[in-house]
Design a protein around this ligand. Structure first.
Ligand SMILES: Nc1ncnc2c1ncn2[C@@H]1O[C@H](COP(=O)(O)OP(=O)(O)OP(=O)(O)O)[C@@H](O)[C@H]1O
Length: 274
């Protein structure tokens, strides 16, 4: 049988959807003011999406709300993960399903080593998904093999989580955690900020190695330079708590060139940019 493009697209629609956000409204828990004001976004496996937008437009809030951060409350809309409604689920449960958030400001956790956190997280996710847990020796081998994804010295495995790490080391560590946990969907919140040019290449290279046909990646970034190293399938612009425009990587170049003014005008003229 000849597969038409329509057939292929239908198949992708049906099987490959990893995240679907429908008309998502959210506020800080207990507050009336909405930060997210109707976000719609669909991510298929194998896709890389970039979200850009002015400061304060709601990008980090979106990542945190999707990850189940308890500080926020969904007031309308829904979040589907592989077709399952996760809108009311705890952050832990979402992580077990395969959601991962690389923080804009990774937290320091003195007293717990990277290795311990990762082994606990890896084995919990394995257990929850009916896969075999790794014993300490197997895990050590696995962990070392993942260091190849991102150029990080193995001494970091024994150090307390992010404690005393430089800004760039913290960002590399987020990518390393992602490489170990192999999430189905990762939100990377400004993972490129504060990196020198060599670290940016290392981090981008790591993300490219992790990206594959089975996972989706969302890069929140202010800088088109990241997209010189990682080619997104889609670029979205968030303004005022909504995605107001979507396009391909050329949209990021246009933003780099022209800023957000033209979109703000378009947005306020039409109510919603196209
Ligand atoms: N916990 C909170 N308490 C109060 N206000 C909040 C909270 N979280 C987010 N906001 C507000 O929501 C708006 C969106 O913030 P958010 O961090 O999502 O923006 P952003 O697009 O990620 O910005 P930036 O590009 O500067 O990182 C801001 O006005 C912010 O002050």
């Amino acid at each position: 049988m000849i597969k038409t493009t329509k057939n292929l697209n239908q198949k992708k629609e049906k099987n490959d959807n990893v995240l679907e956000i429908k008309n998502l409204h959210a506020s800080v828990e207990g507050e009336e003011e909405q930060i997210l004001k109707g976000v719609n976004l669909k991510i298929n496996k194998g896709e890389i999406h970039a979200i850009m937008g002015p400061n304060g437009s709601g990008k980090s809030t979106l990542a945190k709300v999707v990850s189940g951060h308890p500080e926020y409350e969904v007031t309308e809309g829904e979040i589907l993960f592989e077709g399952e409604d996760i809108t009311e689920m705890d952050a832990d449960e979402r992580a077990h399903l395969g959601l991962f958030l690389a923080f804009q400001y990774p937290v320091e956790v003195p007293g717990i080593t990277n290795k311990t956190l990762l082994r606990e997280s890896y084995n919990t996710i394995a257990r929850e998904n009916g896969r075999e847990e790794l014993d300490p020796i197997e895990f050590e081998d696995y962990l070392k093999s993942r260091l190849e994804v991102i150029d990080m010295k193995d001494e970091f495995l024994e150090r307390s989580i992010n404690t005393g790490f430089s800004g760039g080391e913290k960002k590399k560590n987020e990518v390393f955690q992602m490489a170990v946990l192999n999430p189905k969907l990762a939100f990377m919140d400004e993972t490129d900020s504060g990196l020198d040019i060599d670290a940016l290449k290392i981090v981008s290279d790591g993300i490219n190695k992790i990206a594959g046909p089975e996972n989706g990646i969302v890069l929140i970034t202010h800088y088109q330079r990241l997209l010189n190293y990682i080619t997104p399938d889609y670029v979205h612009v968030m303004m005022g708590g909504k995605i107001v425009k979507s396009g391909d990587k050329n949209l990021a170049l246009e933003l780099e060139d022209q800023g957000y003014d033209w979109l703000e005008k378009e947005f306020s003229l039409n109510g919603e940019a196209q």
